[in-house]
Design a protein around this ligand. Structure first.
Ligand SMILES: NC(=O)c1ccc[n+]([C@@H]2O[C@H](COP(=O)([O-])OP(=O)(O)OC[C@H]3O[C@@H](n4cnc5c(N)ncnc54)[C@H](O)[C@@H]3O)[C@@H](O)[C@H]2O)c1
Length: 259
């Protein structure tokens, strides 16, 4: 069996309540880590802890708003105290606020950047400093999006902020490489989370699947597997990268059909 090198380590999963976050919590628990489950949603945080425990992992709930530096600092301190440090940060937090850019008010723009990009500045700084002080390396994985790489109507601040995540990941990777801390992002295409399933009810789901070379939307577990690869020793020589997990969707020429 492949040794992921994660047994006995600690993973801090931010946004553990989302479809992708829940899948990441399960993946980290199955890989043998202790899991600090962080989210703004108290109920979802408790459910994530139960899911990790059901897989035999030790887990703790941490509730806070990642847009607030004080909340992030408190949660990271609590996790590090409970688990003797943090080895892996998985950041899944993000929220898409759609709208035509030319009609968008400043508050929507600012809110979008706060929840998509600014919070990652807080998390990566606070966890990154902690990992440097621990002096035992580490891995940071952020969930970006193909929206940060390609353009689409209504994606203005969301796409720009996700592009910011991809850029910041590169910078952090360079700044932290000397401390053996790797920093990468995963960019999903469409993922069949409960929220997306609700958006694509009826024939739209089949139409969306048909437009993807692999013929289906991603399952949250597809994203968690990529996160596990980058978090683990399997990705030991990978840093500063953005791993696209979209069934080939962003690679195809717009007029092509599936073979
Ligand atoms: N679902 C998709 O198709 C898709 C595609 C590409 C990228 N993504 C990205 O994947 C990530 C997860 O997507 P999802 O659809 O599972 O998300 P979601 O909207 O279902 O969940 C986001 C999670 O983050 C938490 N959260 C939101 N704001 C927070 C804050 N300020 N502090 C702490 N927690 C907060 C929410 O409570 C929720 O549990 C996001 O970053 C999203 O942009 C999703």
């Amino acid at each position: 069996m492949l040794d992921l090198g994660l047994t006995g380590k600690t993973a801090f999963v931010a946004g553990c309540g989302s479809g992708i976050g829940q899948a990441c919590v399960r993946a980290m628990a199955e890989a043998g880590t202790r899991v600090a489950c962080f989210d703004i949603d108290r109920e979802a945080t408790g459910a994530a802890v139960l899911a990790a425990e059901a897989l035999g992992a030790v887990a703790i709930p941490l509730v806070g708003d990642a847009r607030q530096r004080a909340d992030v600092q408190r949660a990271v301190d609590e996790a590090a105290d409970a688990f003797d440090g943090i080895d892996v940060l998985v950041d899944v937090i993000g929220l898409a606020l759609w709208g035509r850019t030319v009609d968008m008010d400043e508050k929507t723009w600012d809110d979008s950047f706060d929840v998509v990009l600014r919070h990652f500045f807080h998390l990566s700084s606070v966890v990154g400093r902690r990992m440097v002080a621990q002096d035992r390396g580490g891995s940071i994985v952020a969930i970006a999006s193909v929206s940060g790489m390609r353009s689409a109507p209504l994606h203005g601040p969301y796409g720009a902020a996700k592009a910011g995540i991809i850029s910041l990941v590169g910078t952090l990777a360079m700044e932290l490489a000397g401390s053996r801390i790797r920093v990468n992002s995963v960019s999903p295409g469409a993922v069949l989370t409960p929220r997306v399933a609700e958006m694509l009810r009826g024939p739209r789901l089949a139409q969306s699947a048909e437009s993807i070379p692999l013929g289906r939307l991603a399952d949250p577990d597809d994203i968690a597997k990529a996160v596990t690869f980058l978090s683990s020793d399997l990705g030991a020589y990978v840093t500063g990268q953005n791993l696209v997990v979209d069934g080939g969707a962003s690679k195809q020429f717009p007029l092509s059909t599936r073979a």
